[in-house]
Design a protein around this ligand. Sequence first.
Ligand code: ZN
Length: 299
Amino acid sequence: MDKIIIEARVNELAPRDENPNVPFSPEEIIADAKNCYDAGASIIHYHGRTATGEPEHDPAFYMETNSGIRAACPILIHPTLGYVAHGGDAKERFDAVEKSMEDPKTAPHFAPTDTGTVNVDWWNPEKNEYDTTNLVYENSTDTLIYFANRIRHHGLKHYCVSWNISFTRQMGALMKMGVIEAPVFVLLCMTDGISLSGHPGTKEGLDAHTTFLPKDQKVFWSAMNYKGNLFLLTEKVIKEGGHISIGLGDYPYCEFGQPTNADLIAKVVEQAKSLGREVATVDDTRKMLEMNSGAAAAA
Ligand code: ZN
């Protein structure tokens, strides 16, 4: 079985009210990246945040954070393209990556492609109504092809995200077109609680995802649970050869007090080892995902 790739999803748009360890500033994200790397993560995913936690789209934030992470440790860098918080067109959403690619010191290693469109409104299970009603995470096919072409142009690694089976099918189509190249790393998105946008964070939700992965191409799948406790599924993921993407960005993990992102990574490492699965180093991850040319290969 492949070694397990562990990704730290450190902040997303998560608040600090339940767990104050969510990093916002470049300094905080850089420190978290190093701590997660030391704990066993080989990829870090982050979102730009202002001092008060609002989404920050300024390319300067990403350049400062990427260069700080690169100086601190060799963890592979996977920044957001702004998610639903970024209302710009494809070119504007990719702008922070374009600017970051002007200097190898500020370059990321991955850029994401969420291969479909989905409503991401917040559900209120206590009131049985929606708290928001107009949040559409929109990724037209034109946008996906634009991102994929720019990612290839820069020699970055595609990072696919599938919120449901239709995303996986569209990823398969883009692979058949040759705009996304195997081996592919795909994040299988599960959601719970106040988010109904992905598959449920259950055995059945995960099985439905993995059943429909492309069979004829090399695909590495990772599991996440946005707004739910991924540890309910980590044993299954580890045993089935999947990878783990976890962090305070998705869920505050107050079941364990107020853990840091690195505490969560350490917990995954311990469980993987106890189940006989070796943890992938950064070099292992590069080899598995064939990140051996272009910017993705640059240390
Ligand atoms: Zn994200």
